[in-house]
Design a protein around this ligand. Sequence first.
Ligand SMILES: [Zn+2]
Ligand SMILES: [Zn+2]
Length: 313
Amino acid sequence: MRNDRRNFLTSAASFAVSYGVLTCLGIAPEKKSTRVILLGTKGGPRVGESGRSNPSTLILIDDVPYVIDCGYGTSRQLVTAGVPINKVRYIFITHHHSDHNLEYGALFYNAWATGLPMRVDAYGPTGLEKMTQDFFSYMKFDIDTRIEDEGRPDLRKLVFAHDFNAAGVVMQNDDVKVTSCLVRHPPIKQAYAYRFDARDRSVVISGDTTYAPSLAEFAKGADVLVHEVMYPPAIEALLKRVPNAARLREHLLASHTVPEDVGKIAAQAGVKTLVLSHFVPGDDPSITDEQWTEGVRKYFKGRIIVGKDLMEI
Ligand SMILES: [Zn+2]
Ligand SMILES: [Zn+2]
């Protein structure tokens, strides 16, 4: 608990303060070259009132930011976490629901506006390359104007999108190997989990999925599994607030994971730490941490963290 609180960054400033306090007390904060920071933990495209931002996860490997999913608010959350946007080097999209890609173009645009000095490589299921070109069309007037008027480099020559349509190795450099696994998120067929194997830690991000046994195999022995979760008792309350309740209920039950199944996946995978994120519903403050974890604990006996925005793991 203490560790979680210590790692809960409400701002870069508070991080600096807590770092200083802990250092004064002779308790040096754990230094890891691979750090995981939850940027947004609210599942779904609605902009919530609870304080949870839409989905995005940051992995920092030797201070290089790898952003997984770009829900609305990702750029702001990066700034709040103390990560300069123009340092973003790699972007990964798990699937093309808008809570995972709405700020994709805006993120590399914001990096450029902040002084993007080098290329960005983006990876995702088929459609990402076209989406990138479409974003350039959408922003053509502004991009052309700023190149001419402000002497900026051409953003279109700095962003490289890479589509893939099957599981396997997504990218590899000296610091990390990134692989993907097909998960189950109907009606979307191309929905993936990502695994980051860095020198010191292995981190798996489930993306959006219902119970997927292949994910347990994929996450085998990982240090950290960040898994989405849905709490069925609260779904009915959520559905009362929307006009498309019947269809939405059907979608949610078929394409997301209940706590008991999250516990089974984590146990089968034998991960050290399970982090719950992408909460559905993610804007119902009446659901306690205990309620989120109760079903998970029936199957998984390891460390469980109920994710919060800007928490570092
Ligand atoms: Zn989602
Ligand atoms: Zn989704």
